[in-house]
Design a binder for this molecule. Structure first.
Ligand code: FE2
Length: 881
């Protein structure tokens, strides 16, 4: 049997210099190939006029099926040669010149330098650039062969940021519609970001004389990547509808994207594959940075993109780090777009972290808190003079201001929350409001049962009964009704971090300098529709550990005007917000959007052709997720990284994330309506707006989110109904089924046996599945991402860590006296240190910033949608398009 690689090289053989690493072919095959190679195959426009037609015909030979012996190869080639000879007799008037312009947004040097110097729009200099292109007809010829024409560029013209390369094809009038282009980048060391390939002068009877391929894809030099780069036209096809002329290319492209699962990935690769989270630890540099592998039966977790780096010396199950400044691999097209690289958010973040953290380390004691609240204010007013390296202002112009003496000043923008009302963060009203409209609107839930009871093992975690009593609740709501009535009338709500956090408490406390509790916070829904916090319960489980042997402890706190109780209430709220901050970053943000999305993206690229309509529907929502995730593994959620060093869960942060994935995460509950119903914040009501009756009418996250959800679902419904008019076409779509199967059994393989996974067998199921993925990657993520600096930029409003325990938890006499006399000072000691606060504020400032090339829903029509009149009409008429 021939090597499958021969299928790759057959379209290339006309160039006379196949890449060095192509596999050797057998003696018989070699003879056949040489007979073809002896022809003059240069078909760029300058040579095409003198080249015999046999040349271009011979170059397009490919094997329609895997052949079994050399004789068959000979037969195939002989048939092609016969057709070529026949073609030579055809009058030249049967062909027309087709002009081709390839627009490359930017050429990226291998040293990653920007071409900013060449971005003058009046700069039209000529640049060298050899690209070889082959156009493929959607039809096969009468012998069942692919119909192709080829041409090459020699140089291009720079037009500001873009470069345009031109060539011309000598195309038979009977060529039919162009369905694909393959391109070889024959530059020595330049990767190109191909924006469009525009054809003009196409012969009749094609429907149009011009055609544009919207590529927006990188193509590496052949010296770095031998895979044939294939670009399909904007027309979408289900697998069964693939034109005969494109079938081989459709499969070949997917094979290339899947790779063979071996080797270390290079920057130029496009391969999408899976691996467990085994690259967070760094045991070679420090045994304390060893961490468990996430993914597998012990610590279930979604899969991440495989990079193929080797194992560490200390632990063969842990993947070693790349260099400090080296990026982790993501497929080439998942990297940030290459325009003005110095403005990339992720590059900024990377540079900022590398530059700023050593400065913070040099100027602050790791445990030093802020001495006064006014010292916190000064971060926004006067700022902090820092040792200058002259670069920070360039990376972080919003945060770091250059000074006149070559020094730089770290001065943060005042978050809007503080601009509006400097003291609002202290109020119960704002505390409650932020559970509905703040940075994490995803935890508040209806209390459905009374009394509150833990489901944890009492032998390990203490008494299951909550310390919040019926009497306490009734007193706090002024005795207007019994607690049973409050529950029945759906007016009692809760932030419940009891059962999830309690098992982590002892481990976290053993780390030192960070304290944790299990917590419950109750809210009463008042007649005016707002929430009123009425009680907080903080719980410490028992520990029989030699290092920390303690009895169980519970504290219950309520609002008060009595000074000591009022301060304790403030401390209790601070602790709950710390719990909410950890849950927000690790679960609502990282796990439920970034992390769970990666398998959907990997599987889509491995199983859905770029010409598949569902790939094209989802693709806009996948942008940059994989690269941001790779960065997060390197700097944010890694051992000793920013999350571990600045948030309360410390080194248990990611294990906690795995526990929540295992116990709580369900795909079918990630749709906004399902999530609201699960938390008791809504119930189905066909007569209500959006089909849901909200438990709290003024719930901005739900009020706005449901409008967006409905728009997404309406658009997806139109789209799915157009491509799948009958349910059986969904079941028969091999690529779609392979994608979903791989999502469930590989990417989310630790949950593959769950019964709640939707089955893609009806339009309804497919619409719900796709809408959920789109929602998670758009509305859900935006809600928990873009408000980060607004709410947490002033960190007392949203501290990431509690560094001291509650003042009344087993205090010494001196400790309690200190609290009574200087409660404000005690709170500053509890809040994040200067170093922790500065690092988190800087990171959140960058992460909250909208990047220049961000796309907004309904803002941009995908090229493939525009080419379909039906879809174009529906998308432009849909709020969610
Ligand atoms: Fe994010």
């Amino acid at each position: 049997m021939l090597s499958p690689h021969l299928l790759h090289i057959m379209p290339l053989i006309g160039h006379g210099k196949p890449p060095n690493s192509f596999p050797s072919i057998t003696k018989t095959q070699n003879r056949v190939t040489k007979s073809v190679l002896n022809q003059d195959f240069s078909t760029n426009q300058s040579a095409a006029a003198s080249a015999p037609p046999i040349a271009s015909m011979a170059k397009v030979i490919h094997l329609p099926a895997i052949t079994t012996n050399g004789a068959e190869v000979i037969e195939v080639v002989e048939r092609a040669v016969a057709r070529a000879v026949e073609g030579a007799a055809v009058d030249k008037s049967t062909k027309v010149p087709v002009k081709c312009v390839i627009t490359v947004k930017r050429i990226i040097r291998s040293d990653n330098e920007s071409n900013a110097d060449h971005e003058d729009p009046n700069n039209h200099e000529m640049v060298a650039g050899r690209l070889h292109l082959t156009l493929y007809s959607t039809e096969l010829d009468c012998s069942g062969m692919e119909k192709t024409v080829e041409a090459s560029t020699e140089r291009g013209t720079r037009r500001g940021e873009a470069v345009e390369f031109e060539c011309s094809f000598n195309m038979p009038k009977t060529f039919g519609q162009v369905g694909a282009v393959t391109m070889q980048n024959q530059q020595e060391d330049e990767t190109l970001l191909v924006s469009t390939i525009a054809l003009d002068g196409l012969p009749s009877p094609t429907t149009t004389t011009s055609l544009t391929f919207n590529c927006n894809s990188h193509i590496s030099p052949m010296s770095q990547n031998h895979d044939l780069r294939i670009f399909f036209s904007n027309k979408s096809y289900l697998p069964a509808q693939t034109p005969d002329g494109l079938k081989r290319l459709r499969n070949l492209d997917l094979e290339n994207l899947r790779g063979d699962g071996t080797g270390e990935r290079k920057e130029s690769d496009r391969i999408y594959d899976y691996d467990v989270y085994n690259d967070l630890a760094d045991p070679d540099s420090n045994p304390d940075l060893a961490r468990p592998v996430l993914g597998g039966s012990k610590h279930p977790y979604p899969r991440r993109c495989r990079t193929g780096r080797g194992p560490t010396k200390a632990d063969k199950n842990t993947e070693k780090k790349s260099g400090a400044l080296a990026k982790y691999y993501v497929p080439r097209d998942e990297q940030f777009s290459a325009t003005k690289s110095r403005e990339f958010r992720l590059n900024v973040l990377d540079q900022a972290v590398h530059a700023l953290i050593p400065i913070f380390v040099s100027i602050t004691n790791p445990k030093m808190g802020f001495p006064f609240f006014t010292a916190i204010d000064s971060l926004f007013n006067e700022g902090l003079i820092i040792p200058s390296n002259g670069l920070l202002n360039k990376y972080l112009p919003r945060v770091v201001k250059a000074t006149s003496f070559g020094k730089e000043k770290l001065r943060y923008e005042t978050p809007e929350l503080i601009t509006r009302d400097r003291f609002s963060w202290l109020t119960d009203k704002e505390f409650a409001r932020q559970t509905l409209a703040g940075l994490n609107p995803y935890t508040i839930q209806l209390v459905k049962e009374w009394p509150l009871t833990s489901k944890l093992d009492p032998k390990l975690y203490g008494p299951p009964e909550s310390a919040i009593t019926k009497e306490l609740v009734e007193k706090e709501i002024g005795g207007v009704m019994t607690v049973e009535e409050v529950v029945e009338k759906k007016r009692l709500f809760m932030l419940d971090y009891h059962d999830l956090l309690l098992p982590q408490v002892i481990g976290v406390r053993n780390l030192g300098d960070t304290y944790l509790y299990g917590s419950r916070t109750l809210f009463f829904l008042r007649d005016n529709g707002t929430l009123q916090p009425i009680a907080i319960e903080l719980t410490r489980p028992p520990s029989y550990d030699e290092k920390l042997a303690i009895e169980p402890w519970q504290g219950v706190y309520t609002p008060s005007t009595e000074p000591t109780k009022e301060w304790l209430w403030r401390f209790a709220k601070l602790n709950v917000i710390v719990h909410d901050s950890a849950y927000h970053q690790l679960i609502a943000h990282w796990l439920r959007t970034h992390c769970v999305a990666e398998p959907f993206i990997i599987a889509a690229n491995r199983q859905l052709s770029a010409m598949h309509p569902i790939y094209r529907l989802l693709h806009p929502y996948f942008g940059y997720t994989m690269e941001i995730n790779a960065y997060a593994r390197k700097q944010l959620v890694n051992a000793g990284g920013i999350i571990e060093s600045c948030f309360s869960a410390g080194k248990y942060a990611m294990v906690f994330s795995s526990i929540v994935y295992d116990q709580v995460w369900r795909f079918d509950m990630e749709a906004l309506p399902a999530d609201l119903i699960r938390r008791g914040l809504a119930e189905e009501d066909p007569n209500a707006e959006h089909g849901l009756k909200l438990a709290i009418q003024d719930y901005p996250f739900a009020n706005d989110g449901l409008i967006l959800w409905d728009a997404i679902k309406e658009w997806v419904s139109d789209y799915v109904d157009h491509y799948y008019p009958k349910a059986f076409t969904i079941e028969e779509d091999k690529e779609l089924q392979a994608w979903w199967n791989e999502v469930r059994t590989v990417g989310h393989g630790d949950k593959k046996d769950e019964k709640w996974w939707p089955v893609l067998n009806t339009q309804e199921n497919l619409i719900q599945t796709l809408s959920t993925i789109i929602w998670v990657n758009s509305g859900h993520h935006a809600a928990v991402n873009f408000g980060q600096y607004d709410y947490a930029g002033y960190f007392p409003n949203r501290p990431s860590i509690a560094r001291t325990k509650m003042p009344d938890e087993d205090p010494t006499d001196d400790e309690y006296t200190e609290f009574l006399t200087k409660p404000e000072s005690a709170m500053l000691q509890c809040l994040p240190s200067q170093r922790q606060a500065s690092i988190v504020m800087t990171i959140l400032d960058v992460l909250s910033t909208h990047s220049a090339d961000e796309e907004y829903i309904a803002d941009k029509m995908e090229a493939s949608w525009e080419d379909s009149p039906v879809i174009k009409g529906r998308s432009s008429g849909s709020k969610g398009g």
